[in-house]
Design a protein around this ligand. Structure first.
Ligand code: ATP
Ligand code: MG
Length: 250
């Protein structure tokens, strides 16, 4: 479904954010993507949903070499990819319902089908009472759930979710993971970037870890704890360097 071979990516003239990234995602796979803040998770997802071109290396998507896909065919390919953006990107002048309905309507779905599916899905993510709300009047977690509903409503071939549970409580996070798993059972390949260790522990899907600009899969490294410690030490030094908290004035 997706293959990266020695992919490198930098923003402008900055340092390489990703270097020599090599991995393969098979159709029907379900992966978590983890790594420290700033490691490049969003960047990797952007390459997968074709928002950026790599600065070097080879990307195959839906078994085609990205470099050889004509520009005018890119929108068709993007339509097969559902994206939950880290910053949601809802249309503020459209209601929650209309945001979620948009991909179906763009595909020419009948209005009775739109009403049924969008209503059902928004109910499922716990937003039955907010169907007509405009995004600016919703909380962060509510907006996040609208963004998720919009990404999954048209059953994409590939779902890329960037920290999709970052703004919700644990109960809702688990419910959202069930939604992603259901979508995966129906054939969607799923990649979820997350910092939520308890979700990764609870839902036993293979983990891709980003560090030093490279991706390691679970076979390379099974222990999340060791990875986390290494990330923290690389960013902030060892625990002994922790700043001393000043005593509270009594
Ligand atoms: N548009 C941009 N222009 C320049 N540098 C960027 C841009 N976007 C990201 N970067 C840099 O690329 C690196 C990786 O960023 P990225 O957003 O991919 O990390 P991340 O793993 O998603 O982090 P987080 O967990 O905080 O979301 C960071 O050093 C960041 O500063
Ligand atoms: Mg990110």
């Amino acid at each position: 479904m997706i293959r990266f071979e020695n992919v490198g990516m930098r923003y402008g003239t900055g340092p390489e954010v990703l270097r020599d990234v090599t991995f393969e995602l098979k159709a029907g796979a379900f992966h978590f993507l983890v790594g420290a803040s700033g490691a490049g998770k969003s960047t990797l997802l952007k390459l997968m949903y074709l928002a950026h071109r790599p600065t070097r290396g080879l990307i195959n998507i839906f078994d085609r070499n990205l470099a050889s896909i004509p520009r005018e065919e890119l929108p068709d390919i993007r339509q097969r990819i559902g994206v939950v953006y880290q910053d949601f990107r809802l249309l503020n002048h459209l209601s929650a319902f209309d945001n979620v309905a948009l991909p179906l309507r763009v595909n020419g779905a009948r209005e009775d089908v739109v009403q049924k599916h969008v209503g059902e899905l928004l109910g499922w993510v716990g937003l039955a009472d907010h169907i007509n709300a405009l995004p600016p009047t919703l909380s962060g977690g509510q907006k996040q759930r609208v963004a998720i509903a919009r990404a999954v409503i048209s059953r994409p071939s590939l779902l890329l979710a960037d920290e999709p549970t970052g703004n919700v409580d644990d109960t809702i996070a688990v419910r959202l993971l069930y939604l992603f798993e259901e979508l995966n059972r129906m054939g969607t390949t799923v990649v979820i970037a997350t910092h939520n260790k308890s979700l990764v522990d609870r839902f036993k899907h293979p983990v891709m870890r980003l560090g030093d600009g490279q991706v390691r899969t679970e076979e390379d490294e099974a222990d999340w704890g060791a990875g986390l410690r290494r990330d923290a030490e690389a960013s902030f030094g060892t625990k002994g360097d922790a700043p001393t908290v000043p005593p509270r004035e009594l």
